[in-house]
Design a protein around this ligand. Structure first.
Ligand SMILES: CC(C)(COP(=O)(O)OP(=O)(O)OC[C@H]1O[C@@H](n2cnc3c(N)ncnc32)[C@H](O)[C@@H]1OP(=O)(O)O)[C@@H](O)C(=O)NCCC(=O)NCCS
Length: 147
């Protein structure tokens, strides 16, 4: 059974490095806001091992006119554990947290190859595609939790 629970910042680094920044130095796996009081990191644990991660930050986006915005970032599932619904469970945990904090809007800079995944989770692409240097093509995706 795989459990979704809050984890600390440092526990996210190994999967960030392995999956999201494999060719980058470890310091590039540390993101602005990682230690903010409002930031929460979620992990999917299988037999005590972290096999999925997702972080959520209280952050606005200049392209969005929403007061209570939060950003999803560093979404990753181990290759061996993909296609089992863990990604969607991590997103659901983050959305529950944001909702409980009064958040109304969630957004992410989605890698283009993961756009279909975010769409399955109810996110909608917004605006033009853009490049993040060294990572690849992205698009802003948005979900309103309530009007
Ligand atoms: C994207 C990622 C997080 C998905 O994780 P996952 O645990 O396999 O996702 P789930 O099993 O919850 O998938 C949920 C649904 O999305 C679909 N899906 C998953 N990845 C997809 C993708 N890249 N494109 C289109 N659909 C996708 C699944 O088929 C599933 O659909 P279904 O319910 O109809 O079967 C994972 O593939 C990953 O870590 N990729 C590499 C890192 C990455 O790109 N992260 C996103 C950064 S923006």
């Amino acid at each position: 059974m795989t459990l979704i629970k809050q984890i600390n910042t440092q526990e996210t680094y190994p999967l960030r490095q392995e999956i999201l920044r494999p060719h980058h130095p470890p310091e590039q796996c540390r993101f602005a806001g990682d230690f903010d009081e409002t930031t929460v990191h979620f992990g999917a644990l299988s037999n005590g091992r972290i096999v999925g991660i997702l972080s959520v930050y209280r952050a606005s986006n200049e392209c969005l006119d929403a007061a209570e915005s939060w950003q999803l970032r560093a979404m990753a599932t181990s290759k061996s554990h993909r296609g089992k619904g863990l990604g969607l469970r991590l997103i659901a945990a983050a959305e529950s947290h944001v909702s409980a904090q009064g958040g109304t809007c969630l957004w992410a800079n989605a890698r283009l190859h993961a756009l279909g995944f975010y769409e399955k989770a109810g996110y909608v692409a917004h605006g033009k595609r853009f490049e993040i240097a060294g990572v690849g093509p992205h698009v802003l995706v948005v979900k309103m939790l309530r009007d």
